[in-house]
Design a protein around this ligand. Sequence first.
Ligand code: AMP
Ligand code: ZN
Length: 466
Amino acid sequence: MKVYNTLTRKKEEFIPITQGEVKMYVCGPTVYNFFHIGNGRTFIVFDTIRRYFEYRGYKVKFVQNFTDVDDKLIKKANEENITLRQIGDKYISEYYKDADGLNIKRATVNPRATEYIDEIIKFVEELIQKGFAYEVDGDVYFSTKNFTTYGKLSGQNLDDLQAGARISVDERKKDSMDFAIWKAKKEGEPGWKCPWGEGRPGWHIECSCMAKNILGDTIDIHAGGSDLVFPHHENEIAQSEALTGKTFANYWMHSAFVNINNEKMSKSLNNFFTAREILERYDADVIRFLMLSGHYRVQLNFSEDLLDSAKASVERLYNAVSNLENLLEESSVEEINDQEEKYIALLDVYRKRYIDKMDDDFNTADAISVLFDLVKDINTNISVDSSKKAIQGALDIIRELGDPLGILQKSTKGSIEEEIEKLIEDRQQARKNRDFALADKIRDDLKDRGIVLEDTPQGVRWKKIN
Ligand code: AMP
Ligand code: ZN
């Protein structure tokens, strides 16, 4: 498998630290609000990558943190007059609602920064002891000058960075690029007791610390949105590698932004749609399809039109699923014949093509094209004369290849039944309103679909006729 590594700017063969295992850390949300569809893309992309590793037989240890202490959370807690813990609890539970709604698998561990305070303090202390950090009035800064490879992830050199940052030099820092790893408590802020008084961790240190404590000194993949390359991930590398003297992560992966009118979707620009509002109008399959229909390293300009065309595409795929599910009920041929056996085996060509695409740095866009080719082939070759086993085989491969993308796992059966029940209710309502023309139209439309209604003393019943 090939993975594009931001650190080397190359696609590299993926070689895990432990054979058959992937240790993966993805920077998660700051939990002070609902997440938007831009964050959603990053979560969907790395969920898909995790699923694909699992599909290829790896055991994935997937860690995604919750940042539950920072300026924005503190502000919100003060505004709402509740504790930091309560704000965190609230938006973590809202995160799960939306992430589950988007069919994002639960992480192996979702650590919260505030639950790692002791470990973070220890991390900071050790950095000070090793000469990589220094304390000023209760704040602790990382000394970038002492970490000679600072800038390697974002491809920048420290001197240039220093020059660029001169304007905003903080007098208390030794060098302008030094960054806070611990912040002294200010009036009205929460704080934890520490050797430097009272304070709270900086954002970068929490990820370094939780990744180390849960996954170990060196991990396989560290990931997040591309806005995190600098300074967040650059700083994480500096802290972790300064502490352990070992490589922090072997592969750095970054997903491109979701834009809106060619500008990054973000909370601060107020140009976002929450995942929740989009989920109210579109199915998870549609949203995931849209997010995966382009390569994860290419920006996506979000629009309603794109969502609608994703919806039409997903419908085409589900029509094939629905057709196969119906054929499975209708077929009376129990035994698979040799020719069918061969046909099902031939579908393996599509599986191989799909794997080829996904093995090439998770090219979901091309993998989706393979899915369409597969479905087209199945539509022309499987019919009511096919055996149940052949139909099931065709259905299985569609579902198998849909699974890493987190799509096509639903049965169309349930939804058709729900749809019929809904139409029956509409017809009852029309009758109550004495709109008999509409009531008759609904009944006739259903009849055209092979559904007949019977009015019984227990209410309306329906059955399928052939
Ligand atoms: P945040 O809650 O802002 O810390 O972001 C959570 C995750 O979403 C991080 O990995 C960010 O890099 C990512 N992210 C933020 N904005 C966008 C965007 N517009 N498009 C894609 N990913 C984003
Ligand atoms: Zn992080």
